[in-house]
Design a protein around this ligand. Sequence first.
Ligand code: KIV
Ligand code: ZN
Length: 531
Amino acid sequence: MHSDYVHIFDTTLRDGEQSPGASMTTPEKLRVARALARLGVDVIEAGFPAASPDDKNAVSEVARTVSDESGDGEPPVIAGLARATRGDIDACAEALEPATRPRIHVFIATSPIHREHKLRLSREDVLARAREAVAYARERADDVEFSPEDAGRTEPEFLYEVIEAAIEAGAGVINIPDTVGYTLPDEFGGIIANIRKEVSGADQSIISVHCHDDLGLAVANTLAGIRAGARQAEVTINGIGERAGNASLEEVVMALRARNDQFHLATGIETTELVPTSRLVSQVTGMSVQPNKAIVGRNAFAHEAGIHQDGILKHQETYEIISPDSVGAGSSKLVLGKHSGRHALRSRLTQLGHELDGEELDRAFARFKDLADRAKAVTDRDLLALIDTEIYEPEGPFTLDNLHIVSSTSSPPTATVTMTGPDGKRRVEAAVGSGPLEAAFRAIEAAVGHRCEVTRFQLEAVTEGRDALGEASVRVRDGRDSEAALPRDFHGHSADPDVLVASARAYVAAINRMLQSAPEGDIPVSMETAS
Ligand code: KIV
Ligand code: ZN
């Protein structure tokens, strides 16, 4: 099948979630899935249902939410990943039951290194398993995709044989993964061209590409595959994914669009949603976007050199091949001020893709008023930062009621915090540190009564200017020296014109996330009650 439309298959919620430290809760996955639907992706790979009951439930919830909310429009296909076993395929089919357009994505490794060392299976066994698994998946769903894992390092003749068997067994989409990011663009393009030439039935299937970025070539390889006839690209927002990540959705889509003179191909992506979606994924996963990242990085449209600035002012296209507005990175508008009411806030948030009502809207309005009262011009970017941190961060078990910091050039800084715990009681703790931030973090730890290790801390200005909001992101790990210590990192965010307040709130949010995910009664919250 060779058309002028490239299907965008987003795997942020599956391969993207495999990035170290990027795990998402089900509500977070739902927010990302809604954003992907707004972005216009054709397929959302929602997870790997056989991996855990949580994964399975998340896939079902994504399928239900996206299908229910699509209104009259056609919802995206929801895909679930399955190894080539009946158990995995059954788990996938069950998880996808609420989907209007379900797809089972079956994979098995085909390269010699994977066959010999990982699967310990002969070529014949792999071939038979691929055929049987696809046939079984077709009993459970009409739409089946097949991936020969590590295709990039598979003997070409064997690769053709497996793909042919999968097509005969009923796979409508054949995905070619460069699982370890090993191939070079002309080589990968050649693999796709040869599959189209050598495999009977390939012309009736959609050929898909799935490239990893171990050599920094994922996007180049994806584009080479598309040039060679692939019509589905498997990509992630911000390029997150296993190890060095996957091909980035925004880069692939904008390359196709900016160089349409070369590709003559369309996608269904609403490109103005690229920056908001990137921002959401970064916030939800705690993985920040490098400032110079193409398309969505903070500096992607910043012109520093005088000659460049002069050129841009005279004619935008002197130094810009795509306009910031076209990817949703347009200049931040002044939208609301301190006289704006709840209604104005609600309607602006709706335009920005956040439907808030009731208690959520109350909380957002209180934070907005607080910011506007501090004589701050509230821009869209400020609003989004407030919403991300106020509405979507965990609400307890601890709240930071007050933070008081004393800092001077002559004595160590001191922080005093007042916090309310899960028992409703307030506790006051003070601590010193080598800097005010350390003092604040220590005081919070004392109030919470739990040892934490800060594994990452980042502070950024949301907009330009001296009165810009500071957005803090903190990643923590359970600091207990015992087997009960939770094995992964937890992140928290906050935004405030006072960067110390933003940092302290972000730290509390990260701790709350950690405490919420601990088995009940596992984390002893022992502390002194101060009042
Ligand atoms: O990289 C890979 O090979 C994969 C497959 C499961 C498609 O993610
Ligand atoms: Zn992958």
